[in-house]
Each structure stands twice: as C-alpha cells, then as structure tokens.
Design a protein around this ligand. Structure first.
Ligand SMILES: [Zn+2]
Length: 190
C-alpha cells in the first residue's frame, strides 16, 4: 500500500485535483473507488468548482469502524481495485483512517486522501494531524491569498461580510470562506 495526503485551504481546487487524478487512473484501465464522508451533506457526488464531478461510490456514515472494515474487504476481495480516492478526509474520524490503513497495509492499493489541513480558527483538524503522522507522502495543493499574491495558508470564515474567529468547527452553508495568507487572516481587507 502507498498512502498520500493532499492538503489545501478551503478554496483550493482539491476536488478538481482528485477528479483529475481519478480520471487518469481510470483512463489507464485501473479500477478506482471514490468515497466521501456523510458529514459533507451538500451532495452524494464529488464536485469541483470547475464543473467536473463524479458519483461517490461510498458515502461513509457514522459506524466508522464497520465501514472501514467493509471497505477494506471489498478491496481485498476484488483484487482489481488499484486506488481509493477520499474527498473531504478531514471530516472522517481518525479511527476510520487508522483502520483502513492497517487493513490494507499488505496490498498494492494506493489510498489518496484529499482534505483541509486547518479549520477557520487556524487549528489543524484532528484527522489531518493523524494523516500527517501516518501517510507515506504529504503534498500541498497551493492557493494564492484572496487579497494578495502570497500563498494562502489560512481559511477565513466570514458571516455577513465580517470575519469570525470563534464558533463550531464544522459549519457548512450560511458562511463564506476565503483562502488567505497569515497577514490577511488577522487583518482582512474587508
Ligand atoms: Zn494576503
């Protein structure tokens, strides 16, 4: 097994890169599986802002330990799956990640996790921390700051156009996120 963590900020094109990499695997005749957590309830498809999309083969819901086992067994039984693409990996619990990696250790499958490194408070997601510790290869998907040409390394949450630095980690919907550099995280040009 070979494992990868592709991380970026909220507005980097992580899903687009996932879909492109998956397409490359598939067009060379390889079997791949796409999964995403149920917490990302926007849709059952993996979508990117540039319009590409793909149906997720499995939506991972709450019984994570069983789900990791079931998924591993599907891969082990099939003998043809060569890669697993996981979108929004930061929303899966560490137990799911660890179980999947352990179960598939002795295979030739590639597991590619795509997700956010940090939440809007600037804290690394628990699961992203585990991914940094556990995977073979860590790769950054770079984005430029919303306000300047520096690299974006923070996610700025805004509500009604105002920056917000506290609150629940997971909030999808009525908020906006901007990928920004450190300076513009603390001093946004709003
Ligand atoms: Zn900036």
């Amino acid at each position: 097994m070979k494992s990868f963590f592709y991380y970026g900020t909220m507005n980097s094109s992580k899903s687009a890169q996932l879909l492109m990499a998956g397409h490359n695997y598939e067009s060379s005749g390889k079997d791949v599986i796409y999964i995403k957590p149920a917490l990302d309830t926007r849709s059952e498809r993996i979508t990117s802002r540039i319009g590409a999309e793909h149906e997720a083969d499995y939506i991972i819901t709450d019984d994570y330990f069983d789900r990791a086992n079931a998924l591993s067994n599907i891969v082990l039984d099939s003998l043809t799956v060569s890669a697993i693409f996981i979108d929004e990996a930061q929303f899966l619990p560490p137990s799911f990640i660890r179980e999947l990696l352990v179960k598939l250790e002795d295979t030739n499958v590639s597991i590619l996790f795509y997700g956010l490194l940090k939440d809007f408070r600037g804290h690394i997601f628990d699961t992203s921390k585990v991914l940094l510790e556990e995977v073979d290869d860590i790769r950054e998907i770079k984005t430029v700051c919303h306000y300047c040409d520096n690299k974006a390394t923070f996610n700025l949450r805004t509500v009604d156009g105002q920056p917000v630095y506290t609150g629940e980690q997971l909030k999808i919907g009525d908020t906006d996120y901007l990928s920004v550099c450190r300076r513009h995280y603390y001093y946004p040009a709003i």
